[in-house]
Unconditional design. Structure first.
Length: 218
């Protein structure tokens, strides 16, 4: 059911859809930005959720295998787990036998690649949060210009209805732009927080693995 604006003093009810349709051509880029924001948010959220699903016993199993010399088994477990943490550990395992510093660098470089993949397209969501309101304001300005042109072309007294309808139609784009911008901004900050939590987990796992390599093997 469409949301509706309640009538005041006998005025007819106007649905939200009708308001949006009256917003003019500037509603088109705002709508496209809204669709893009939803797509980016959902796609990134699913990726981050999947990347965070490292089994609870993963590190314990890796520790047991490495200390017992089962390097191939540890690499296989990492490949089957397929998360950023697992890929970092797998890179470290593949460098076992090299100087510890080289192992740390390999893990760090792999971590940077994983972080880049996690943060991919987040900047676009941040851009949408800033651009959508500006497009809304631009739509309001162009709408007001059109309204005053129509008023200037009127002969005699200007109808209050003509003036008010032109103004409210122009303001629709501002409301729509702010709506998209605010939600995109909230979505961006939520995803950034999720990524930061995962990055901290990756850093802790990398440090834990390097410490593991310095323990005596069984």
């Amino acid at each position: 059911m469409l949301l509706q604006i309640e009538p005041v003093d006998g005025l007819e009810t106007i649905s939200v859809l009708e308001l949006l349709l009256n917003g003019g051509f500037m509603m088109i880029p705002i709508l496209l930005l809204w669709i893009g924001a939803i797509y980016i948010f959902v796609e990134r959220l699913l990726l981050i959720k999947n990347s965070s699903r490292t089994p609870a016993d993963f590190k314990d199993r890796i520790r047991s295998m490495v200390l017992s010399g089962e390097v191939d088994g540890a690499k296989l477990l990492c490949a089957q787990t397929d998360t950023p943490v697992a890929r970092m550990i797998e890179k470290g395992i593949s460098r076992i036998g090299s100087p510890l510093k080289n192992i740390e660098v390999s893990i760090e470089n792999t971590g940077k690649i994983e972080i880049y993949q996690l943060e991919k397209n987040l900047s676009m969501l941040a851009t949408i949060s800033g651009v959508a309101p500006m497009i809304g304001f631009l739509g309001t300005v162009t709408g007001m210009i059109q309204a005053f042109i129509a008023i200037a072309q009127e002969e005699g007294a200007v109808s209050p209805k003509l003036l008010s309808s032109g103004i409210y139609e122009a303001m629709i784009t501002t409301a729509a732009g702010l709506f998209v911008g605010i939600l995109a901004y909230l979505g961006y900050n939520y995803l950034v927080t999720r990524v930061q939590k995962l990055v901290h987990k990756m850093e802790y796992s990398a440090i834990d693995f390097v410490d593991l390599l310095q323990e005596p093997q069984k």
